[in-house]
Ligand binder design. Structure first.
Ligand SMILES: [Mn+2]
Length: 561
C-alpha cells in the first residue's frame, strides 16, 4: 500500500538543518533552545502553587499527617494511574502519613470513583481520599464520598466538565481560569506537582529528594501519550535518567526479566517506555488487577527476590495479553479476507473477546488497514466495545451523531468506548457505515510526515549525535524524518528472520562516506521495486549504531519511491 508523503511546512529560512528542525518545534530563541537541550529542574518548571486550590490540598494533607488520620489514594488502573499511586504512597510513607491505596478493577468496576469502593474505603477508616488520574467526572460519587464523612482531594488531568464534582480541592490544570502555565501534564505530572508543593511546604523534607520519583513520572507521562513538549519533556528527560539508575527493585527486575538492557550506562528512551515498560504495567489491569503492577513498583530496596517473582508473574500476564491481542486481530483479519470488498469501517463482534484487550486490538487493526475500527464483545443483550480511528475520521463526533442507538459512549476523536444493545446493533452498524460513505480512497492511506529534505552532504555522524539530543520523543516532538531525493541504489538484499527486512546501499555524491547503508524494517517484501543502478527518493530517519567497535551511521528506511 502506497503511503502519503506530507512535507511539514518550514517555519524557518535558516540554512542550518538543526535550526530548521528546532523551528518546527516552535523553538526560535536561544533561551528556548537552552531549555530544550539543557533544562534546569529548579528554574524551568512552574511553581506548583500556581495550580488553583493547591494550597487547600497541601494544608489538608499535612493536617491529616498531624492528626494521624488515614488517607486513601484512589487511582486509575493504567500506567499513568499506577505510577501516580506508587509515588503518592511512597511519599506519604516518607512523611509518616497513614495511608493505603485503592485501584478499581478494570473489568468489574471500571474507571473512576464508585459507590461500592467508597463504602469499602470508609470501612477501612479513611478520613481523606486523594485521587490520581481520575475523579474529575465523578459528580455523584464525590457527593457520596463527602456524605460518608470523608474529605476529597481530586488530582486529575482529564477533560474538565462544565459542572465540577464537589471536593475540598480539585487540582487540574485544565480547570477554567487555572493559572498554571502548562496545561498538558499527565495524571502523574499533576500528582507530582502536589508532591512538589508539599515537599516545599514541609521544611524538614530534604530539598530535592522528590526528584527520585521522576522515574515514575517519566514512565506515566510517556505511557499516557501526552505531548512531549514543555514541562512534560523536562519531566521525562530527567525521569529517564532517574529510571536508568532506579533503586526500585520492581523496575530492576522488570528490566531483567524483559531483557530490556536498561541500566546506568544504557539510558532508556521514550520508545522503550512506550513499547516495553508501559505495556507490562498495563497488562496487570487488563488481564487481572492493576494491584500486581502497583505492588511490584512499590517494593522497597532489598526486596529483590519478591520483585523477581512478581516481575515474572507480570511478564506472564503480558505474554497472555499479547497472545489474546494477536488472537483477536487474527480472527478479524481472517473475516476481512473472506469479504469480497474492503469495508471503509471495520465493525466486528464476538462473544468471547476480552473487553480489556479490544482497544489494543482495534488500534493494531486501524494502523494496519488505515480504517476506523469498532470491536465489540457480545454479552447477552448488550455489546460493549472499543473504537480506534484514523486521522481523517472523528470517531467521537460520529458516535455523538448516532447516540440514539447507544446505551453509553465516551472518548476522543481517535479512541472511544461504547455500549450498544443487541436490538440496536444492526441499525448502529448501518449508521456508522453511512458515516463513511463520502470518504474517498485517499482517506485510507498511511500519512508519513517529513520534517525536511536532507542533502547527502548533511548526513554525518555529528548530525546524528545532535539529533539524539532531541530525545525524549513523543507527540509534538517526533523523531525527525527526512527526504533524501534521487539516491542511487548500488546494492540490495533482504535480511532477518523470514527475510522480512530490507537492506540497501546507496551511493551519495557529496558525502565523504560515499556509500550509505540503510535498513527498512518490515520492507523485505518490497525488494523487487528497487533496481540497482537506478535513483530513488527515500524517506528515512537517521541512527547511529555500534558495529565492530565503531560508531556507524545508518539510514532507517521508512518508505521509498
Ligand atoms: Mn492519564
Amino acid at each position: 500500500m502506497k503511503s502519503n508523503w506530507k512535507l511539514k511546512p518550514s517555519k524557518s529560512e535558516a540554512t542550518d538543518l538543526i535550526a530548521r528542525l528546532l523551528a518546527q518545534r516552535n523553538i526560535f530563541t536561544s533561551e528556548d533552545e537552552r531549555v530544550f537541550f539543557d533544562p534546569d529542574y529548579d528554574q524551568d518548571m512552574a511553581d506548583p502553587f500556581l495550580l488553583s486550590e493547591m494550597d487547600l490540598a497541601v494544608k489538608r494533607i499535612i493536617e491529616a499527617g498531624e492528626k494521624k488520620e488515614r488517607v486513601c489514594i484512589f487511582s486509575d488502573y493504567d500506567a499513568d494511574g499506577v505510577t501516580s499511586a506508587v509515588m503518592l504512597t511512597d511519599f506519604f510513607n516518607q512523611l509518616g502519613i497513614d495511608n493505603f491505596c485503592y485501584i478499581p478493577n478494570r473489568n468489574q468496576e471500571g474507571y473512576g470513583l464508585n459507590f461500592k469502593a467508597l463504602d469499602y474505603i470508609k470501612e477501612k477508616g479513611a478520613k481523606l481520599v486523594v485521587t490520581a488520574d481520575c475523579g474529575i467526572s465523578n459528580k455523584e460519587e464525590s457527593k457520596y464520598c463527602q456524605k460518608l464523612g470523608m474529605d476529597l482531594i481530586i488530582t486529575d488531568h482529564h477533560y474538565v466538565p462544565a459542572e465540577l464534582p464537589s471536593a475540598l480541592a480539585i487540582i487540574n490544570p485544565g480547570k477554567k481560569n487555572d493559572q498554571y502555565p502548562f496545561k498538558e501534564l499527565a495524571g502523574v505530572g499533576v500528582a507530582f506537582k502536589l508532591v512538589q508543593a508539599i515537599a516545599k511546604t514541609k521544611k524538614d523534607y530534604p530539598k530535592g529528594k522528590e526528584k527520585w520519583f521522576l522515574d515514575l513520572v517519566a514512565v506515566g507521562t510517556i505511557a499516557d501519550c501526552v505531548s512531549m513538549v514543555g514541562e512534560n519533556r523536562i519531566l521525562a528527560k530527567f525521569g529517564l535518567m532517574v529510571l536508568a539508575k532506579t533503586k526500585r527493585p520492581g523496575f530492576q527486575q522488570m528490566f531483567q526479566v524483559g531483557k530490556m538492557n536498561i541500566d546506568e550506562n544504557n539510558l532508556p528512551n521514550s520508545h522503550q517506555v512506550s513499547f516495553q515498560i508501559a505495556p507490562r504495567i498495563n497488562a496487570a489491569g487488563r488481564m487481572d488487577h492493576a494491584n500486581l503492577a502497583f505492588s511490584l513498583l512499590g517494593l522497597p530496596v532489598g526486596k529483590d527476590a519478591q520483585a523477581r517473582a512478581m516481575a515474572l508473574d507480570l511478564e506472564e500476564q503480558n505474554k497472555k495479553r499479547q497472545k489474546i491481542t494477536n488472537f483477536i486481530t487474527g480472527e478479524v483479519e481472517r473475516r476481512i479476507a473472506s469479504y469480497d470488498f474492503m469495508p471503509k469501517i471495520i465493525i466486528e463482534k464476538s462473544p468471547g473477546w476480552d473487553l480489556g484487550i479490544l482497544g489494543l486490538a482495534a488500534g493494531k487493526l486501524a494502523s494496519k488497514f488505515f480504517r476506523p475500527v469498532i470491536l465489540l464483545s457480545e454479552n447477552k443483550d448488550v455489546f460493549k466495545g472499543s473504537c480506534r480511528s484514523i486521522e481523517s475520521f472523528n470517531m467521537i463526533e460520529a458516535l455523538e451523531r448516532n447516540a440514539d442507538f447507544l446505551l453509553k459512549y465516551g472518548g476522543h476523536s481517535q479512541a472511544a468506548g461504547l455500549e450498544v444493545t443487541k436490538a440496536n446493533f444492526q441499525r448502529f452498524k448501518k449508521a456508522m457505515i453511512d458515516e463513511l460513505e463520502g470518504y474517498a480512497d485517499e482517506n485510507f492511506v498511511n500519512n508519513i510526515y517529513i520534517d525536511a529534505e536532507i542533502k547527502p552532504e548533511e548526513i554525518t555522524i555529528d548530525l546524528v549525535k545532535k539529533l539524539s539530543q532531541f530525545e525524549p520523543f513523543g507527540i509534538g516532538n517526533t523523531p525527525p524524518v527526512f527526504l533524501l531525493k534521487n539516491a542511487q541504489i548500488i546494492d540490495k538484499k533482504t535480511v532477518g528472520n523470514g527475510e522480512g527486512h530490507l537492506k540497501i546501499w546507496i551511493k551519495v555524491m557529496g558525502n565523504s562516506e560515499n556509500v550509505l547503508e540503510g535498513i527498512g524494517f518490515g520492507l523485505g517484501d518490497r525488494i523487487d521495486e528497487l533496481q540497482v543502478g537506478r535513483h530513488f527518493d527515500i524517506v528515512c530517519s537517521l541512527e547511529e549504531n555500534l558495529w565492530n567497535g565503531c560508531n556507524r551511521l545508518q539510514l532507517m528506511v521508512i518508505d521509498f519511491e
